[in-house]
Ligand binder design. Structure first.
Ligand SMILES: Cc1ncc(COP(=O)(O)O)c(C=O)c1O
Length: 446
């Protein structure tokens, strides 16, 4: 047995026991969790302390986009820690801040030119709505039901999915709207219908009270929902017409996940504010950012920005981001994501053809999911809304036992590997899923 001062040498069992006893895990009753102890990771694989290898089919939290253990990022981080690990972000600045600000102004869509740096996605969204309220002088924020925007008090109020419920009442002024998707059992609406519903909500709420509409351009955890053509363009037009700022939450969909740098790039839409985290540093170091359009940022030329963070522009995070962006560029990972997305689609199609429990599938780049159903005709999901099921749990356990980590969301199996994945590695993951789906096929009725 190790004492508390020990910094290594714990057994796999002790790692789990100590972690669950002394630390709190996210979103769960603590007695119900059984975390996988992880000792190291490289490329698309991670390893437990006993050396068992797992294919990371979810890039951890859809975030390790460049893959694990890239020396180029590790060295940049180590060098920054050694040279200058921290400065007061209000009174001082650094070369890495200048360089990353400049780089993001090139990468972000359109004239999004100025960045505010945070520690993660939720903080980025908090500051995006702070900026929108300050610039417009309005107080309401529209958000969508099928969304996740983070777990701080503003961000969890913006969140439309059931993770919000236990956190209510949240901040005032948030109004949720429906989008173009209504679950497995009903077909997608057209862009026109979804936009008409949005327009009606804007009218009923009073356009001049609404500061911003925040959306995930391609929805992440709530089902990899790819908007029909015309939807984002229509949102942009409605926002323009009513002086409402459009906030694109690209915390999950950004940095190559969809096969473009940002999801909005597929439709050529420029939001007023864009939020980012996860893929920005591929999670090597925590960092988030709010990108702000030139005209919106100009508001703060003469009005003080009423926000701040001790870790705004943390040099180590910024160095990780710069090195990560260099990796995307050097290795052509954004283009590779688009190409592998086509391969993923073929795998999805093959699984849907072979397995009656695959009721649907979606992907854009390497942002994908399979919808598992009990009955294809009725579309009844294999796990109900906001719940799991024994079959889904068994499917995930089978995949894990066979060395593939997949993330489940109710009746959905996420397929979101690191963007550096090869065709052979994709095939390896889908081969295991092919076997695992026999479990859910057995529960199919009708
Ligand atoms: C779309 C989206 N926005 C915001 C967040 C919150 O980011 P963070 O957990 O870094 O605060 C997430 C996290 O999953 C996300 O997927």
């Amino acid at each position: 047995m190790n004492d508390g001062s020990h910094t290594g040498g714990l057994s796999a069992k002790e790692i789990v026991e100590w972690s669950t006893r002394y630390t709190l895990f996210d979103w769960a009753a603590q007695s119900k969790i059984s975390p996988i102890p992880v000792a190291s990771a490289k490329g698309v694989y991670f390893y437990d302390p006993d050396g068992k290898r797992y294919l990371d089919f979810n890039s951890q939290l859809m975030s390790v986009n460049i893959g694990h253990g890239d020396r180029r990022v590790a060295e940049a981080v180590a060098k920054q820690v050694e040279t200058l690990s921290y400065v007061n972000s209000a009174a001082m600045t650094t070369e890495v801040r200048a360089l990353l600000g400049h780089k993001l102004a090139q990468l972000f869509p359109g004239d999004i030119e100025k960045s505010f740096f945070t520690l993660g996605g939720a903080e980025a969204n908090e500051n995006a709505i702070r900026i929108a309220k300050a610039v417009t002088g309005r107080h309401k924020i529209l958000a969508r039901y099928r969304s996740y925007h983070g777990a701080t008090s503003g961000a969890i109020t913006l969140t439309g999915d059931p993770r919000r419920w236990a956190n209510e009442p949240g901040i005032p002024g948030v109004v949720h709207v429906l989008d173009f998707y209504h679950g497995t059992t009903r077909p997608m609406d057209s862009a026109a219908e979804a936009l008409a519903a949005l327009e009606e909500t804007i009218e009923l709420e009073g356009p001049k009270t609404i500061a911003a509409f925040i959306i995930e351009p391609v929805t992440g955890t709530n089902g990899i929902l790819v908007p029909p053509d015309g939807y984002l363009e229509g949102v942009r037009e409605l926002c323009d017409r009513h002086g409402i700022l459009m906030i694109a939450d690209e915390v999950m969909s950004g940095f190559g996940r969809t096969g473009r740098w940002f999801a909005v790039d597929h439709w050529g839409v420029v939001p007023d504010l864009i939020t980012s985290a996860k893929g920005l540093t591929s999670s090597y170091v925590p960092l988030g950012a709010v990108g702000i359009r030139r005209e919106v940022a100009a508001h703060f030329d003469d009005h003080p920005f009423a926000g701040g963070l001790t870790y705004n522009s943390h040099p180590v995070g910024l160095a990780a981001a710069l090195a990560t962006i260099r990796v995307y560029e050097e290795d052509g990972l954004v283009e590779h994501s688009a190409k592998m997305g086509e391969v993923m689609r073929r795998h999805h199609e093959e699984l849907a053809a072979r397995h009656p429990s695959v009721g649907g599938h979606r992907n854009i780049g390497l942002f994908g999911c399979l919808e598992i159903v009990r009955n294809r005709e009725t579309g009844e999901p294999m796990a109900p809304f906001n719940s799991g099921s024994p079959e889904m749990a068994e499917l995930s356990r089978f995949a894990l036992d066979h060395g593939v980590f997949v993330n489940l969301h109710w009746n959905q199996v996420m397929t979101n590997p690191p963007l550096c994945i090869t065709e052979a590695e994709l095939a390896e993951g889908f081969e295991v899923l092919d076997q695992a789906l026999e479990i859910t096929d057995r529960a199919v009725t009708g």
